[in-house]
Design a protein around this ligand. Structure first.
Ligand code: NAD
Ligand code: UGA
Length: 477
């Protein structure tokens, strides 16, 4: 009897202990690419994190230590964090509100069709925090830090007033900060653990210090100069300015690549020489099929449309976007310059918007696949090394007798009269001309990523068309 009555006691005691162990001051809201990577990064620095997401399937995955996204090193770091009791996933913010001090808002900020930023997820987080404050008026001082990419004014004039509807006062009962995120997909965890800089904007020094106190885990003592303190609006604009600048660099080199094709020049040599000037740097000077992904297109569009709405005419941003759209069309034009697409079977290699990710959002394949079908290609045979990427694209372009998805490169290439390379996967870089011998007729390869070696194809019957180079001497000034 005595032993039995002890059992519930011991369970309650153990449960309390484990809750105490799980006590954390950091809470991440939104467990997507950014939130999940942040949680894994903080856990790798031995910090405890509560991760909240409205998607219950995502939370179930996380608590099992399974990574819901395809990102190098993330699954291992996440599993490790969960196993060590440092990462706890929750579907309801209220459960962890009182025990958390600093909240990082990492929800999505998508664009509508007109390019305007959609702040619905940020608003819903602000409302959830407001409701938590109402339910826990004695929860103490909290700091809310926006990590999502948001247009200037979102943090202080959208999020902050909604939280104040709880009766709490910003600067007194809670702090507000904005710390933009600069990670890249494909190296997300590494970017977080080795940042070039950390920007923290706040409505006051107390908010900035609270966020710094968490994020300093990612900086060595000798790297403290990499921390930039500012106000929230400056932090918001830094993010857009940086993404717009990188997108500008890409559109610039893509425009130069068009000149290279016209003048009979190789763009790589031009980019290499330009990049050797330390004022320019060689990074983001790879000509290709245009920038894609969930960030550059939406962020440049959002900044452009915010400026336009306010009466500015952001001419440069408009040109960056226009050049990018034109470059996507140019990939098909390159094939059309050399082959009649009507009746041709075409292999498309690469669905992810860049290598080492399964993400296909705004990938050039979404323009090329329907483009080929509209031009009358007899078959479009698609391959990507990422099964995740193949499944994502299938949802929007379902397979049929003309459009087929293949697990191997060999299957996609076999019998095709042309092949277009859209993503710079290592698997494609390693392709040798002998692997294209199963193609039909007089085959043509369009290499939009400039990854194949022209010399290796010289003696083959395959015609290799590389974006950003030609041997044409037709142009005369
Ligand atoms: P994502 O779509 O992968 O993840 C967002 C997550 O937020 C989803 O899991 C969603 O279920 C969750 N969510 C939505 N509403 C919620 C709510 N009310 N409460 C809790 N969770 C909610 O987005 P992401 O790629 O991680 O990007 C997040 C933000 O960071 C965006 O603003 C993006 O522009 C920016 N950013 C992204 C990257 C990147 O490489 N993906 C890099 C830097 C910055
Ligand atoms: C980009 C930025 O690099 C990150 O710093 C930023 O945090 C992120 O956006 C964001 O704000 O979400 P990401 O979209 O993951 O990261 O990928 P990038 O490596 O920047 O590539 C973007 C696109 O540009 C890809 O389609 C890529 O193929 C293309 N690109 C990149 C080029 O065509 N040429 C280049 O030289 C570089």
């Amino acid at each position: 009897m005595k032993v039995d009555s002890d059992v519930p006691h011991r369970i309650v005691f153990l449960y309390r202990c484990s809750l105490n162990d799980a006590m954390t001051s950091t809470c991440i809201i939104g467990a997507g690419y950014v939130g999940l990577t942040y949680a894994a990064g903080l856990a790798s620095k031995n910090l405890k994190v509560n991760l909240v997401d409205v998607n219950t399937a995502t939370i179930a995955c996380i608590n099992k230590g399974t990574c819901p996204i395809d990102e190098p090193g993330l699954e291992k770091a996440l599993k490790d964090g969960v196993k060590r009791g440092l990462i706890h996933g929750h579907a309801i913010l209220d459960l962890v509100f009182a025990e958390s001090d600093v909240f990082f808002v990492c929800v999505g900020t998508y664009c509508d069709d007109a390019g305007n930023i959609n702040l619905a997820q940020v608003r819903s987080v602000a409302q959830a925090i407001r409701d938590c404050f109402k339910m826990h008026p004695d929860a103490g001082y909290k700091v809310i830090c926006v990590k999502s990419t948001v247009i200037c004014g979102t943090t202080d004039s959208v999020l902050l007033p909604v939280i104040e509807e709880s009766g709490m006062k910003a600067g007194k009962d809670f702090g507000v900060a904005m710390s933009p995120e600069f990670l890249k997909e494909g190296s997300a965890l590494d970017d977080i653990l080795n940042p070039d800089k950390i920007v923290v904007g706040g409505i006051d020094q107390r908010s900035i210090d609270a966020v710094k106190n968490v994020l300093k885990a990612f900086l060595k003592d000798s790297d403290q100069h990499k921390l930039i303190e500012t106000d929230v609006r400056t932090a918001e604009l830094i993010k857009y300015a940086q993404n717009s600048f990188l997108a500008t660099k890409i559109s610039f080199i893509n425009e130069m690549a068009r000149f290279a094709e016209l003048f009979g020049v190789n763009i790589s040599m031009v980019a290499k020489a330009m990049g050797m000037d330390s004022r320019i740097s060689p990074k983001f000077l790879n000509a290709g099929p245009g920038f894609g992904g969930s960030c550059f297109p939406k962020d440049v569009k959002a900044l452009y449309s915010a400026g336009k709405k306010a009466g500015l005419d952001p001419l440069l941003l408009k040109a960056v976007l226009d050049v990018n759209e034109r470059q996507k069309r140019h990939v098909l034009e390159l094939l059309q310059q050399h082959r009649q697409v009507k009746g041709l079977a075409v292999a498309v290699l690469g669905l992810a918007f860049k290598a080492n990710t399964g993400d296909t959002r705004e990938s050039v394949c979404r323009a090329v696949i329907p483009g080929l079908l509209a031009l009358g290609a007899s078959r479009v045979k698609v391959h990507d090394p990422s099964a995740f990427a193949r499944e994502e694209v299938k949802k929007d372009f379902p397979p049929d007798e003309r459009l087929t998805y293949h697990d191997t490169i060999a299957e996609a290439i076999k019998g095709s009269g042309a092949c277009i390379i859209l993503t710079e996967w290592d698997e494609y870089k390693r392709l040798k001309f002998s692997e294209f011998t199963t193609m039909a007729g007089n085959p043509c390869i369009v290499d939009s990523r400039r990854i194949l070696d022209r010399k290796a194809f010289e003696k083959s019957k395959v015609q290799l068309v590389i974006l950003g180079e030609s041997e044409s001497r037709d142009f005369k000034p």
